[in-house]
Write a new protein. Structure first.
Lengths: 382, 178
């Protein structure tokens, strides 16, 4: 085998080519890391937002869009009294009738931003068990409670949504009474109103949904209830399946992200191939000389791969450094909420694999072409 | 050595599979009893004097014994897995999407082209109770070939919980119209 230092020294023969290879690999790997982090972040926030223990009752025909759903207010009490096996805490049944609305709101600094509004009563905390109040109190009439990532959705600094500040909707001023967290879920991007307030502001006399938390009840028992109350025109869907369907809605965006990343990577590979074909062609005589003094083709091939991998893995390292400082922990708002970009093990593995593949795929054909000529003709080549 | 290894793997598989099949066997026995109870409701002679669902909704009151015909339609899901309940609608009023020319709807039994108020007034829920008055925990879909859009005649009693806006029928006999 050729010594490792041979591959290392050869890297610096052409500093501009080295910079091109390292820079190109860094860009491609960074792009792939961003694509994987984006798609995984979106999938994870939507899958964590839905619980297998919760069931949503929505209006028939609105199973895919809770904003369009209309559920009679009577459905909330009918569900609580008719369905056996719903979770209970201190005698209170975990059933929450909610109003869901999307509208722009104004903050005190005059910024208008799109907001996800949910009208609830305290029973919502029995159903959305991930929600924890970290500052202030649950909203009373005239007040709202904000998720700790709601400021990202609105596009304002977090200081604009502190307890004691106000938001404005139309002519209404609503004081922020509390801040809640619901880690890894879309709930953290929402603004929660007292349900009666939101009903009167949106001029609604119906709910968007009734969410209930199952204890011993099964989904089939809830479906049975909807069949036995055709007058309420309800459809039952498990909360995790609702969010899984929402995730499917974003498939085209994720596909576009991947197509872009793959096209850029393919461009980098073909560009690299071009460069290496030329670079290795100039070393055919050198490779032939090494063969003539006893080094086998396999050893030379491995040395060329080592050289290439050193460059691409250096680029991969730079990509990870850039991703750590520029991407990790960043929140990205989208229509349904906000998700966080995380350099998880899966993302790291994807980046490492990309760097490895770039080094291998871009090197094998030119290296093979360089080593294939017969020794006598290779020694005579210019 | 190889032979011993193969025998060992085969023995392990046999033990594992027999354990699985034992559990499956018990579950199958329980489901069979409920499935048999549902299959026992299916009769071979068409009941006489059956009315339409619209007429039923107008005339029948809680406690009445009734005979009516209809199709398994009126909602995106007309059956519940694991529960003996289904929705039936009046085919004279609710036109299945499959009967509309050019409509390639994959769930024609949801009659989504009809007015929601019309749908609400033209459907009933049919359920099958056990001896203790509880819904049988087995699905009606597949029993004697019952499926979406099936043409059925039902004999039963209007449930006590029925209201003018919501009719529940406790079925005692089911006839599959051909």
């Amino acid at each position: 085998m050729l010594p490792f230092t041979y591959a290392l020294r050869n890297l610096f023969r052409d500093p501009s080519r080295l910079l091109q290879t390292v820079g190109g690999s860094a860009l491609v790997v960074f792009l792939l890391i961003a694509a994987v982090a984006l798609t995984r972040g979106m999938d994870e926030v939507l899958s964590a937002s839905g619980s297998t223990q919760n069931v949503l009752l929505v209006g028939k025909g609105s199973e895919e869009s809770i904003e369009r759903s209309e559920v009679p207010v009577a459905a909330e009490s009918a569900t609580a009294t008719s369905v056996v096996g719903i979770a209970e805490k201190l005698g209170v049944t975990a059933v929450s009738g909610e109003i869901f609305y999307q509208a722009p709101v104004l903050t005190e600094d005059g910024t208008k931003g799109p907001a996800l509004l949910r009208g609830v009563f305290e029973s919502a905390l029995l159903v959305h068990v991930q929600v924890r109040l970290i500052d202030g109190h649950f909203p009373s009439p005239g007040e709202v409670m904000v998720g700790h990532l709601a400021h990202r959705k609105l596009g304002v600094p977090a200081s604009q949504l502190e307890v004691g500040k106000s938001i404005f909707w139309g002519n209404e001023e609503l004081k922020i009474s509390g801040i809640f967290v619901a880690p890894g879920t879309v709930l953290e991007s929402e603004i929660w109103f007292d349900r009666n307030d939101l009903a009167s502001l949106t001029q609604r006399d119906s709910l968007s949904s009734v969410t209930l938390r199952m204890d011993t009840a099964e989904l089939e028992d809830i479906e049975l209830f909807t069949f036995q109350r055709n007058d309420l025109e309800l459809s039952a869907i498990r909360e995790d399946r609702y969010y899984a369907k929402l995730s499917e809605f974003y498939e085209p965006i994720k596909l576009m992200t991947w197509v872009t990343a793959i096209l850029v990577a393919a461009g980098a590979v073909f560009g690299g191939l071009n460069t290496l074909y030329a670079a290795f062609a100039a070393r055919i005589k050198e490779m032939a000389t090494l063969q003539s003094i006893g080094f086998g083709r396999v050893a030379l091939f491995i040395s060329l791969i080592q050289e290439s991998l050193l460059a691409t893995m250096t680029g991969t390292l730079l990509a990870f450094l850039a991703a750590y400082f520029l991407l990790d922990g960043r929140t990205v708002p989208f229509s349904t909420g906000t998700f966080t970009l995380v350099l998880s093990p899966a993302v790291i593995l994807a980046g490492l694999s990309a760097g490895l593949l770039l080094g291998l795929i871009g090197t094998i054909p030119p290296a093979a072409r360089c080593l294939l000529p017969k020794l006598p003709s290779a020694l005579r080549s210019n | 050595m190889k032979t011993k290894l193969m025998i060992g793997i085969g023995a392990a598989l046999a033990i594992g599979l027999s354990a699985c099949s034992k559990d499956e066997g018990q579950g199958v026995v329980e489901n069979s009893a409920e499935q048999a109870a549902l299959a026992g409701l299916v009769i071979s002679e068409k009941p006489a004097d059956a009315v339409s669902i619209v007429q039923l909704r107008k005339q029948a009151k809680a406690g009445d014994t009734v005979t009516f015909t209809g199709h398994a339609l009126g909602s995106r899901s007309v059956f519940v897995d694991g529960r003996a309940v289904m929705i039936m609608g009046d085919p004279e009023v609710l036109i299945s999407c499959s009967l509309i020319e050019g409509d390639n709807c994959s769930t024609p039994w949801d009659v989504c082209c009809e007015d929601p108020d019309e749908i609400k007034a033209s459907i009933v829920t049919v359920q099958v109770l056990d001896g203790e008055g509880k819904i049988i925990k087995a699905g009606l879909k597949g029993v004697a070939g019952i499926t979406e859009l099936s043409d059925l005649t039902i004999v039963g009693e209007v449930a006590e919980k029925s209201t003018d806006d919501n009719m529940l029928i406790n079925a005692t006999a089911i006839y599959l119209n051909q």
